[in-house]
Design a protein around this ligand. Structure first.
Ligand code: SF4
Length: 245
């Protein structure tokens, strides 16, 4: 089936099922921009959310402005709890993620997963730009993932990278400036780099970690149980300090 047609069908089915209790979650990578275009051309009122971790690249502001102007929407920024961020930085340093995987997951927990949970409260479902071809860890994603509190809808699950580029080019959509610098996946500034030929699309994410580490932040997938137990301990320590603040 034509990938654009199948994505539009998934968007329409989600809108029919969830009505206004839906949002687009975007980090403004190419697939997120394509997804936003697909959703807002079908249902212009759908909310657009983004995680503003405090460490996103400056160029992200420019594409947010371009999206707001093109679709006449206000992108809603979900930000982390500042007391939790301060407690984490005081205990482990601003760039704790370079030290080890549990520290990196702790930072993603504080700056992404915990705020997202609050940001999605009251929403039945949200759209993501996840694609199976992006990485091995995404090979089995479902278009409708009903395993968590909010249904996660990924209309581009079947799309190849070429499908994404073709769609964004044909539609003349805005593009994050870091693609011209060789980035193929865009996340927080200190945790993302450009890739070299032959590398996996997500190889630029947390590039200092071993090949075996799961290149995911916990928003969509979890790491191995041992790392998670370590993160649980670190998180409890940070939250104890934050709650005293
Ligand atoms: S991607 Fe890096 S800076 Fe961003 S939340 Fe995760 S560890 Fe922290």
């Amino acid at each position: 089936m034509d990938p654009v047609l199948s994505a539009r069908e998934a968007v329409a089915a989600a809108i029919q099922e969830f009505g206004t209790s839906l949002a687009v979650l975007s980090s403004f990578q190419r697939e997120d921009v394509a997804l936003t275009d697909l959703v807002l051309t079908v249902a212009p009122g759908v909310r657009v959310l983004t995680l503003d971790t405090g460490r996103v690249p400056p160029a992200t502001d420019a594409i947010i402005a371009a999206i707001e102007a093109r679709y006449s929407v206000k992108v809603e920024r979900i930000i982390p709890d500042q007391a939790e961020v301060h407690a984490m930085v005081a205990q482990h340093g601003l760039n704790l993620f370079y030290d080890n995987v549990p520290n990196r997951m702790l930072c993603c927990d504080i700056r992404k997963s915990r705020p997202l949970k609050l940001g999605l409260a009251g929403i039945a479902a949200y759209f993501t730009g996840l694609r199976r071809a992006q990485a091995k860890s995404r090979a089995n994603i479902e278009v409708f993932d009903r395993s968590a509190e909010q249904v996660k809808v990924s209309p581009l699950a079947d799309w190849s990278t070429d499908d994404v580029v073709r769609y964004t080019t044909e539609r003349g959509l805005p593009e994050h400036a870091l693609y011209t610098a060789g980035y193929t996946s865009i996340g927080c500034d200190p945790c993302t780099r450009a890739i070299v030929a032959g590398e996996d699309e997500r190889a630029g994410r947390w590039w200092w970690e071993s090949e075996d580490a799961v290149k995911e932040c916990g928003l969509h997938f979890t790491a191995d149980g041992k790392a998670e137990r370590t993160v649980d301990v670190l998180l409890r320590e940070v939250l104890t300090v934050a709650q005293r603040a």
